[in-house]
Design a protein around this ligand. Structure first.
Ligand code: NI
Length: 174
């Protein structure tokens, strides 16, 4: 297994919609293992394939560091088929280090996906798990949490981001 590089904003691959997977082969199993190891190494609770530079509709989720009931869930070609209610909570993202934002999501979702063996499954999720699934499926559709906030907040984020880049350059001492 190997650790993969996590792509950060504003990498263009994060804005591209991922493609459906039709071959669940050894290469894909290898990618799943590496994504899982990478997610655990940075104490993340979800990671989408395009975050490691692979534009395929695949993500791994494990909320057990925040929620004892959690365990590793691999979603291949996930699709949300129904949603209920609304809930707000703070979210972060491995592709936007240091940034936290309150995001409104559906409180309960029902999704369909294939598991890592390619078997169809249906999952009903609430709370943190429902939130992480929606966050990861957004990644697979080319959306980040900054695409889920008001234009004013997004402008503020972009300005702060540019400022942090400038400061990083000014503070750089060889
Ligand atoms: Ni994320």
């Amino acid at each position: 297994m190997a650790l993969l590089e996590i792509k950060k904003y504003p990498d263009n691959i994060l804005k591209e919609k991922t493609v459906l997977i039709d071959d669940i082969d050894g290469e894909l199993q290898h990618l799943i293992d590496n994504m899982t190891e990478t997610m655990y190494s940075v104490r993340g609770i979800g990671l989408a394939a395009n975050q490691v530079g692979i534009p395929k509709r695949l993500c791994v989720v494990d909320t057990s560091i925040r929620d004892e009931k959690g365990s590793l869930i691999v979603l291949i070609n996930p699709i949300i088929i129904s949603k209920e209610g609304k809930e707000e909570a703070e979210e972060g993202c491995l592709s936007l280090p240091g940034y936290l934002q309150t995001i409104k999501r559906s409180a309960k979702i029902f999704l369909k996906a294939l598991n890592r063996e390619g078997k169809p499954m249906e999952i009903e999720a609430t709370g943190l798990l429902a939130r992480v699934f929606q966050h990861e499926i957004d990644h697979l559709d080319g959306l980040l949490i900054i695409d889920r906030i008001s234009p004013i907040k997004r402008e503020f984020f972009k300005r702060r981001y540019k400022k942090s880049l400038r400061e990083a350059v000014f503070n750089f001492k060889p």
